[in-house]
Design a protein around this ligand. Sequence first.
Ligand SMILES: [Zn+2]
Length: 307
Amino acid sequence: MGEHHEDTIANLLDQSGQAVMVGDSLKADDALAKARQLDPVTFEIELARRAWANQLGGDEEIRRRRENVIKRLGGVAVAAAERIDVWKQLAEYLRQLGNHEGVLRATASGLKRDPVNVDLWVRRVKAQIELEQLVSAARSLKHACVVSPTHDAVEALIRVHPLCGKCGALYPTSGADTCANCGADGPGKGAPVRSVRSRHQSKFDIYFPRVRDVLAEALDMPDHIKKRLTLDTLVKRHLKRTNQQCARVLRAMSNEFGAAFDHELFKSAVIGYLDLLISDLIRAINPKDDKTIDTGIRRKAMYGTGA
Ligand SMILES: [Zn+2]
């Protein structure tokens, strides 16, 4: 985020506003021009934030102002399509106005440029649930789950939204009586449900993204390399590492997963060969002790007192 000068631009906009208050329009314009020059896209995002937060005027006026914000930000998004921060912001505003079709369009555009952006996937799932597109929502949640299976927001969605055991559509709530897609009995009537995760992912799939992040940080890998890292590319390109590097990865992993390690397996981790080390480490993670995939919590969310 730092590279887009958010803080400096916000400061310059504050200065401009203060200059307006004391009637110094020259200084005000100067600060605005400087801010725009630093990064025109961030400048637009910041202007949009301020206009959005502006509560002056009646409801009608606020709504009109917000619609204008969306129109303008939509133009910025199209002109600077690579800037995912604009698509995210736009999706957020559209959601707040209840324009869920708009959210679908904005997230689709963003995901075209950055298909592994979990934030956009989560927004998309939520919009699809709002629109009762529950088969598509299930599909999007599966994508989110593949992209970032241990992300908090993905976890939360998985816990609250089981899949219909019959057709695979997402239930809008964990206690739904019937499937809105096929009409089958839902968890509210005690019907068996599926989870996006348990059906489609092994322990390796679930943990690899998190392990990859820890690994990339421990080895100072640049972001673009990290994004391409799979267990397979580890085998091909990063197979042999020095013992010191592997020891660093081991340490970072035990910091990250701590109590979730099965210590016997952990001790047997092979030093030197990164792919073997990683496989051993993932095998050593004991899901029973790891709250991030606590099936008990999910069961409670589905069958407990909830919704
Ligand atoms: Zn169904």
